[in-house]
Structures are given as structure tokens and as C-alpha cells.
Design a protein around this ligand. Structure first.
Ligand SMILES: Cc1cc2nc3c(=O)[nH]c(=O)nc-3n(C[C@H](O)[C@H](O)[C@H](O)COP(=O)(O)OP(=O)(O)OC[C@H]3O[C@@H](n4cnc5c(N)ncnc54)[C@H](O)[C@@H]3O)c2cc1C
Length: 217
């Protein structure tokens, strides 16, 4: 198992704008990176056969002390602050390998679907924000047409009087009759004058994905 401990420490003079990664012997590493808030984010990773996450937070702190004792570089600075940290967060280095990314109308995206881990990189490459923008660009004009609802329709579809209901039912009967005669197109033309464009949604071709699809088919 590879536990990771994340925390924020005060920035000091030697913390420049670079993210740094230090690997001493002993199956452990320390990284620091500046954040946009004037502080420094640190990350301690080590490899252990023990289930680190089963321990209490105080026990985890003690294990970190033992693991990084004498590690060199920024170890002492970070260990000396372990008791004052108010955002120490620990997790195991895990990947998410979901058998499917979607089920019906529910979809998982980003790390929820396919977390690659903080140390493998590529997580932001699997980002979905560009896809969302493109989805909106294609779907918004169609959605706006579909949302066109003349104000009188809800009232007309729910008459107040018996006469109104009778008229509505008469109209429904006419439409139903036309539909069952050989004139269904007439009904379609009557009620679907607008071309919503749903038959013409053009899903973009992503040529770079052709190889991926071919290997999955
Ligand atoms: C230390 C570290 C270094 C990394 N380095 C790299 C790298 O160099 N290159 C790279 O490509 N990737 C890297 N990654 C991975 C990359 O950060 C992730 O893959 C990417 O951020 C995933 O984006 P996401 O939108 O799926 O999830 P996240 O960025 O995790 O976003 C999820 C959001 O959901 C919010 N949230 C969670 N629960 C709830 C809730 N119940 N209600 C409302 N909001 C909620 C969270 O606060 C968060 O803002 C690194 C990750 C870490 C931790």
C-alpha cells in the first residue's frame, strides 16, 4: 500500500514557484508545490505493508514521523509542524477502474470514472470541461427551439368549462381520426411545423479516437 498525506504549510523564502519532488532511500518521497494562496502544499508518500488508513489521525501522524525521520531535505520542516496542521488529509494511492462510466442517465466523469492517481499524471488530460462546452454548443440551439411554448397552450389544454372540454376532446378526436386515416403526415405537418433539428444532430467525428473504437469493437 502507498499512503499519501497532504497538508498546507506556511511558505518560506526557499519555496519558489516550482513544484519539487524529493526521493530519499526507504520507499518514501516528499513533494512541495506553491499554491495561489501564499502557502505551500506538501505531499508525503511512502510504501508500507500496513493498512495505514485503519489508524486514527493521531496514529497516522506518529507513523509519518517514524517513516520520514531523517529523510533529509524538507522532512524536518514538515515533521515539526505535523501537530499544528489543520488540514492534514490522508488517503491510499488508489485508481478508479469503473467497469462502465455511465448507467442510463447517470454518468461518472473525471477522477470519479477513471482516476489515474496523483503520481501517474494524465488526470487533467481526462478532463471533461471542453466536452461540456462542445455539448452545449451543439444542444443549446435545439433545446431553445424545443422550449418554444406559446403562452396560451397550457390554458387551452386545460379548459375551465364543460364546453371547453368538449371542444378539446372534439379536436383530439379529429386528430386521432386523421392519424388513423392515410393522412398521418397531415397531423405531423400540423403539429410539428417546426424543424427541431433532432434528426440532424451532427455528432462530431473524432478521428483520433478511431483506433480506440476499432480496438474495442
Ligand atoms: C497531488 C496531486 C498531483 C497531481 N498531479 C497531476 C499532474 O501533474 N497532472 C495531471 O494530469 N493530473 C494530476 N493530478 C490529478 C488531477 O488533479 C485529477 O485527475 C483531476 O483534478 C480530476 O479532476 P476532477 O474534476 O475529476 O476531480 P476534482 O478535481 O477532484 O474535482 C472534484 C470536485 O468535486 C468537489 N466535491 C467532492 N465532493 C463533493 C460533494 N459531495 N458536493 C459538492 N462538491 C463535491 C471537490 O471539492 C472538487 O472540487 C494530481 C492530483 C493530485 C492529488
Amino acid at each position: 500500500m502507498s499512503p499519501i498525506a497532504y497538508a498546507t504549510v506556511p511558505r518560506i523564502e526557499t519555496d519558489d514557484r516550482w513544484a519539487k519532488w524529493y526521493t530519499p532511500p526507504g520507499r518514501r518521497s516528499i513533494s512541495t508545490r506553491p499554491d495561489p494562496y501564499g502557502t505551500t502544499r506538501v505531499c508525503l508518500i511512502f510504501v508500507t505493508p500496513v493498512d495505514y488508513m485503519q489508524h486514527s489521525q493521531q496514529e497516522r501522524i506518529e507513523i509519518l514521523r517514524t517513516q520520514f525521520n531523517g529523510a533529509g531535505w524538507e522532512a524536518e520542516r514538515i515533521l515539526s509542524q505535523l501537530d499544528q496542521l489543520d488540514d492534514l488529509y490522508c488517503e491510499d494511492l488508489v485508481q478508479v477502474k469503473a467497469p462502465r462510466y455511465s448507467s442510463g442517465r447517470v454518468v461518472m466523469i473525471g477522477d470519479a470514472a477513471a482516476s489515474a492517481t496523483p503520481i501517474s499524471g494524465m488526470g487533467t488530460t481526462l478532463d471533461h470541461q471542453v466536452a461540456f462546452e462542445r455539448y452545449e454548443r451543439i444542444m443549446r440551439p435545439i433545446a431553445e427551439k424545443a422550449q418554444h411554448l406559446p403562452g396560451f397552450i397550457p390554458v387551452a389544454a386545460h379548459p375551465r368549462t364543460r364546453w371547453g372540454v368538449a371542444i378539446l376532446r372534439g379536436l383530439a378526436a379529429i386528430v386521432g381520426t386523421l392519424w388513423n386515416l392515410p393522412y398521418p403526415q397531415l397531423v405531423v405537418d400540423l403539429f410539428h411545423k417546426q424543424d427541431f433539428g433532432t434528426d440532424n444532430i451532427k455528432v462530431p467525428e473524432y478521428r483520433e479516437l478511431h483506433g480506440v473504437w476499432a480496438s474495442q469493437v
